[in-house]
Design a protein around this ligand. Structure first.
Ligand code: SF4
Length: 313
């Protein structure tokens, strides 16, 4: 056990009086065994006392659309550019702390983890939310003052695996619960270039006649992120959409993954290819979720909900 956050979560799960939801990071594929599908993992989380499991990738889907709309609105001519707000708190902290003059190029959006936590709490006001992923920086992100309402605890894959083993639950051997909720766009966020590909495809769908297409540049690893930002500042790049992830390979190379990053990347790609829906616009789970929140469709949600927004300035 590597962090004190596991103990209050264990208490709540044993007690069973509190609704507790697992929010599983998009990098989950393969981490608990190749056969541990999303449906089996959901069964496993319920067995150990969670009320349900939500794929954070479904919220990455929704935020892809937000990023794509922002790109469409703000990148209108050569020289305009956008830095992604999605996903990596180290990238965001670097821009806010060191390269503050670029903050205006980052859409005011929360990460998929925060969006997932806020939506679960909106639908289940007394629920406790527990994010599970490969990332230590997410523990700090969850406590940032303006977004501290969303996620109560952050655990790593290792902490959850320890718990599964302690109570003899093997997700790979369990029956399938309700299956996946995400479309392709959000599934590939877990590896470097995933955000860029998802946003580029969505911009092309949303605005096929746009004269300035997405020209994405990516960096993975802190050093590469800094180099990319220096290139932007010094106008040494022809890109107009910039994605940075602090870990080599993206979240599949995060500090608390349980499998090698190459294997994690291959599993994420496989899961992305297997998606029945390519975008949140096609995804019936997203539509159902928005109806439960009282929105008519995804554009209504993006335009009128403050669940996804954040101010970086
Ligand atoms: S790239 Fe690394 S630091 Fe950034 S969100 Fe993923 S695991 Fe966390």
């Amino acid at each position: 056990m590597e962090n004190k956050e596991i103990f209050p979560v264990l208490d709540m799960l044993c007690d069973r009086r509190q609704e507790v939801y697992a929010l599983i990071a998009p990098a989950f594929t393969g981490q608990f065994g190749k056969e541990a599908s999303v449906g089996r993992l959901r069964t496993a989380f319920k067995r150990i006392g969670f009320s349900g499991m939500v794929e954070v990738a479904a919220f990455a889907d929704i935020l892809t659309l937000k990023e794509a709309l922002e790109f469409d609105w703000h990148v209108k001519e050569e020289g305009d550019f956008q830095l992604t707000s999605c996903c990596c708190p180290v990238w965001i902290a670097m821009i806010r702390g060191i390269y503050h003059d670029l903050v205006g190029h980052v859409p005011g959006a929360v990460s998929p983890m925060i969006a997932a936590g806020r939506v679960v709490k909106k639908l289940h006001p007394n629920a406790v939310t527990v994010f599970i992923g490969p990332c230590m920086a997410k523990k700090k992100e969850a406590r940032e003052e303006d977004i501290a309402d969303a996620v109560d605890y952050v655990l790593t894959f290792q902490e959850v695996l320890d718990f599964f083993e302690a109570v003899n639950v093997n997700p790979a051997e369990l029956p399938e619960d309700e299956r996946e909720h995400s479309s392709k766009a959000g599934r590939i966020y877990a590896r470097t270039s995933g955000v860029s590909e998802a946003v580029a495809e969505t911009v092309a769908q949303l605005s096929p006649d746009k004269t300035i297409p997405v020209k994405a540049k990516q960096a993975d690893g802190v050093k590469a992120c800094r180099e990319l930002i220096e290139q932007i500042k010094n106008k040494k790049t022809d890109g107009n959409f910039f994605e940075g992830m602090a870990c080599s390979g993206g979240c599949v190379g995060g500090p608390k993954v349980l499998i090698p990053k190459e294997e994690g990347r291959a599993m994420v790609n496989e899961y992305g290819i297997a998606a029945q829906y390519r975008t949140p616009l096609e995804n019936p789970y997203v539509r159902e979720l928005l109806e439960r929140l009282g929105f008519t469709d995804i554009m209504d949600f993006l335009e009128h909900s403050d669940l996804l927004t954040r101010t970086f300035a």
